[in-house]
Structures are given as C-alpha cells and as structure tokens.
Design a protein around this ligand. Sequence first.
Ligand code: NAD
Length: 296
Amino acid sequence: MSRIGFIGLGVMGTPMAAHLAAAGHEVSGFDLNADALAKLEAAGGRAAKDVADAVSGAEVVITMLPNHPQVEQVVLAPGGVLDTIAPGTLLADMSTIRPETSIEVAKAGAAKGIRVLDAPVSGGQAGAEQAALSIMVGGDEADFAAAKPVFDTLGKTVVHVGPHGAGQVVKAANQLVVGGTYALVAEAIVLLEASGVDAGTGLDVLAGGLAGSRILELKRKSMVARQFEPGFRIDLHHKDMGIALAAARQSDVALPLTGLVAQLVAAGRAMGYGSLDHSALLKVVEELSGRSSEEV
Ligand code: NAD
C-alpha cells in the first residue's frame, strides 16, 4: 500500500480518493473547498492544509483538477507538487487538459527525477463512484506498470495508450464522440416529441438496436425527464471540445462534426446552461426549433 497525495476533490476526485482509502492506501488530500476535505476525512483520508502538506512524503501523487491553469498552479508553480515531492515519486495527472500541458509537466518532472503520467478518465461520476472508470494513460511504459495497481483501484479499463500527452489525445477523441452522441440523442428526442411519439418508448427501442450506446443506456430516462443535475457540466465539456479542436488543428486534420458540436456546446454555455449536465444539450437543440420544456 502506498502513501498517496490527492489534489482536487470534486465530483470525480472525492469518490476516487475514497476508493483509494478504502483499498488501504494512506491518502492525504487537498481541495480549496472545505466540504470536500470533510468528505475525504469521512472516507478515511487525511485533510491536508495545503498542496505541499498533502503531497509531502507521498509515493504517488494524483491530481484531478478542472483544467490546465489549475494543473499549472498546483503542479508547476513555486511551492507546488514538483517543488515538494522527492525524485522517483509517481505523479499521475488524471484531469482532462490540453496535451501540450501534459508534455510540459512531464518535462518539468523529468528534470527533477519525477515520473509523470497523463491519465485522464472516462465514465463520469457513476464510473468514479463505482470504481469503473476507463483510464487512458500517456507516459513511459515502466511508469505505467508501476502506477497500474493504483489505477486498477479506480477503473476497470486501464490502458497505456502512448507517450506523454497521448492519454489526453485519446480523451479528446472520447469527448468528441460523447458530445456528438448527446447532440444526436437530443435531436432524436425533439423529433419524436414533435411527431407526437412517446420519446421514452422510442428511445427504449433505439437502445436495443444498432443505435444503442452507453449514453442511451444511462441517460435516456433523465434526458426525457429533463433532469440535468451534473454529472459532467456543460462548462467542462466546452473546455474539452476546445481541446479536441486545438488537437485537430495541431495535427492538420478537419473534424467538421466536432466543430458543429463544439458550437452547440458553446451555445448551451451562452444560454446560461454551463453548470447543467452536458445532457442539457437537449435544451439547445429544442430551442433551435423554438421548443422548450421545463424540467420535471
Ligand atoms: P470539479 O470542478 O467537481 O472538481 C475539481 C476540484 O478541484 C474542485 O473541488 C475544486 O475546488 C478543486 N480545485 C480547483 N483548483 C484547485 C487548487 N488550486 N487547489 C486545490 N483544489 C483545487 O470537477 P470534476 O467534475 O471532478 O472534474 C475534474 C476533472 O476530471 C476535469 O478535468 C474534468 O474534465 C474531468 N472529468 C470529469 C468527469 C465528470 O463526469 N465530472 C468525467 C471525466 C473526466
């Protein structure tokens, strides 16, 4: 069992840190939010007073932060993770951020003998709570092998996908598929309802056929019921669509559907839905047709 420093105890980090503590690891965590620290203590972890306190003496450090500016602040800034942890320590950034920041963190870590992995996740809040995440890992093979027992406590599909930054590229691909699927499920609901066909019944059939997907399986009922409590916020998906489009530009490829879905997500944010679950793309698609329905 390892001493683990865990920074970022939000929707995802809280259940992840709890699973690590339940598995017998000694978990010290830090978050800016005091409620999150109380939840960590209730789960058997130690609430640290700051980043340095959380990661001091750790063998493994995990960060689960919103975006690259927070990762830069927590990991790279003076007094941050890289200034505090010892050479040989494993640092797994499990946040979804742009690949270039993951590469920058890996280089800065290597200069201090710290082993860095980018290890973003998919599976949402339910995946974190059930320790059933998919974890896509970029970095050195030997470091992946060393970190795998810890990742196995958090996820069911744990795969080394390539060098530093590759985990983030796979996550960008994941997010464009997720965003596009939500947009199409939203269009299906609008079509069914506007045609006077029961959307719940219609989607039940879709879920059992070739159109079936994890999103239809897990979210069709809450979408039809207009329950948009996050989950995964539109604001975070907006960030991820930006990462996907920037990665496409970097690689000189055109992703036209990703561009369109990115605009729908941006519209959701502009309409004031940024703090709703990304399934609230349904509200955007409805409003394009002059339809709106209250949450029930
Ligand atoms: P969240 O906003 O719920 O949690 C982030 C936490 O980081 C917050 O509790 C915040 O207080 C903390 N934080 C921010 N700056 C900090 C700092 N300087 N020091 C310490 N703590 C700080 O976000 P989340 O939903 O848990 O997502 C975290 C990451 O995982 C994001 O990159 C997101 O894109 C990704 N992700 C989320 C989901 C999901 O379903 N929510 C699924 C897959 C991946």
